[in-house]
Design a protein around this ligand. Structure first.
Ligand SMILES: Cc1cc2nc3c(=O)[nH]c(=O)nc-3n(C[C@H](O)[C@H](O)[C@H](O)COP(=O)(O)O)c2cc1C
Length: 200
């Protein structure tokens, strides 16, 4: 007699340390942002993908920032930030703002090229969207701190461009999603519900 629950794929369980967590999360592709704060010589930018849209009512965002990152103290001092959602053609900016050798201040603002938003945070020209936040709270999170922000302004750019994607340490290009019909769209026949008709 077959016992279906025993036929599942076996897991390779590993020591749940930082390296294993990094490896596991490498299987979770994300978008990429440049987190910015501060004007002129106080400007800082850092590449960040640990970003969550926490709440819609009220609109709240969260970004996780390493305790040792230059921008960490500056975020607390300035009390606002912008999350610049990068487009596929902005891999260079992602690499630049993830580099410890990058500039701060006016040189950084010049690389971003988008001037300032209403909060005072620098904007990255060519981003798909920019979400500006006023800092609401900072929570400790191990070797990172979590910056909760109330959304203060939203700017939409060339939204028909593809997003920059980060996956297993690389920037793969996002292939066009297969059409639902070809992807074997889910159909719940007894309830007459067809996901394809809903455009999902
Ligand atoms: C795609 C990508 C996403 C990243 N996301 C984050 C993040 O969410 N939080 C963070 O603290 N560092 C993140 N980093 C690392 C920082 O960008 C990088 O370590 C930076 O140099 C830290 O700033 P520092 O040079 O001032 O220490 C990310 C790097 C890359 C390439």
């Amino acid at each position: 007699m077959t016992r279906p629950h025993r036929q599942r794929k076996e897991w390779r369980s590993v020591e749940p340390d930082g390296g294993a967590l990094r490896e596991a999360m490498g299987h979770f592709p994300t978008g990429v942002t440049v987190l910015t704060t501060g004007r002129e010589e106080r400007a800082e930018g850092m590449t960040a993908n640990a970003v969550i849209s926490v709440s819609l009512e009220p609109p709240l965002m969260l970004v996780s920032v390493h305790r040792g990152a230059r921008i960490n103290a500056r975020l607390r001092e300035e009390g606002y930030y912008a999350l610049n959602l990068l487009a596929a053609d902005q891999e260079g900016l992602s690499r630049l703002f993830a580099s410890p050798e990058r500039s701060s201040g006016v040189t950084a603002v010049r690389s971003m090229g988008g001037g300032y938003g209403s909060t005072g945070a620098p904007l990255v020209r060519g981003s798909l969207a920019v979400i500006e936040c006023e800092l609401e709270a900072v929570y400790p999170g191990g070797d990172h701190d979590l910056f909760l922000g109330r959304v203060a302004a939203i700017h939409l750019g060339e939204t028909d461009k593809a997003p920059l994607v980060f996956y297993q340490g690389t920037y793969p290009s996002l292939k066009e999603a297969p059409r639902l019909k070809e992807a074997g769209a889910f159909m719940d026949a007894p309830r007459g519900f067809d996901a394809r008709l809903k455009g999902w």
